[in-house]
Design a protein around this ligand. Structure first.
Ligand SMILES: [Fe+2]
Length: 180
């Protein structure tokens, strides 16, 4: 083989293998726990977004539209991971208020019923969603050693802590002292 050509072939193979080791972790390489949590969190973030959209339509309080927009970015962050690992998106083709996971569908239905009662109940729904999210994100984070996944969960956790603080302080303005 012509040495120049050989060098070129070896170089290309090295380049190819470095691409593959950097970016080709596929669904089959993930643990069942990792797959479960990525799939579940995609819809749990959707639940937050959809409930807050409903509560904004109902009560017109800007806290709900603002935090709903943030949940949209959380959904997108998980979608990026699903795509990266070649996992199906449970939220594909689902309208606001529609979920693949039956437990999230039931939870959504309960939360919009409670949040429709009064603004105070709606804010309590916000506290409940963020506390649940924080608990689940901690479990999700503990389910993986992959840095790319852990980083996303950590960012989402920070967001949820901020949302929780915002709902608690809005409740305080309504004269309700929050007890964890
Ligand atoms: Fe949140």
């Amino acid at each position: 083989m012509n040495p120049m050509f050989k060098a070129l072939v070896v170089g290309s193979l090295l380049l190819l293998s470095s691409f593959m080791s950097a970016g080709s972790v596929l669904a089959a390489d993930l643990t069942d726990d990792e797959v479960y949590w990525l799939t579940y969190m995609r819809e749990e973030e959707k639940l937050a977004r959809d409930v807050y959209l409903f509560l904004y339509d109902t009560w017109g309080s800007p806290i709900f539209s603002k935090i709903s927009a943030s949940e949209q970015t959380h959904m997108a962050a998980i979608k990026t991971l699903l795509d990266r690992f070649g996992l199906p998106d449970p939220a594909a083709g689902k309208e606001a208020g529609e979920f693949s996971a039956p437990e999230l569908q039931a939870l959504y239905d309960d939360l919009i019923a409670q949040g429709g009662v009064s603004l105070v109940e709606a804010l309590k729904v916000g506290v409940f969603i963020e506390e649940t999210d924080i608990e689940d994100l901690n479990d999700a984070k503990a389910s993986t050693n992959r840095k790319a996944i852990k980083t996303v969960y950590s960012n989402l956790l920070q967001g949820s802590l901020n949302h929780l603080k915002a709902f608690v302080s809005k409740l305080a303005k309504q004269g309700i002292v929050y007890e964890p």
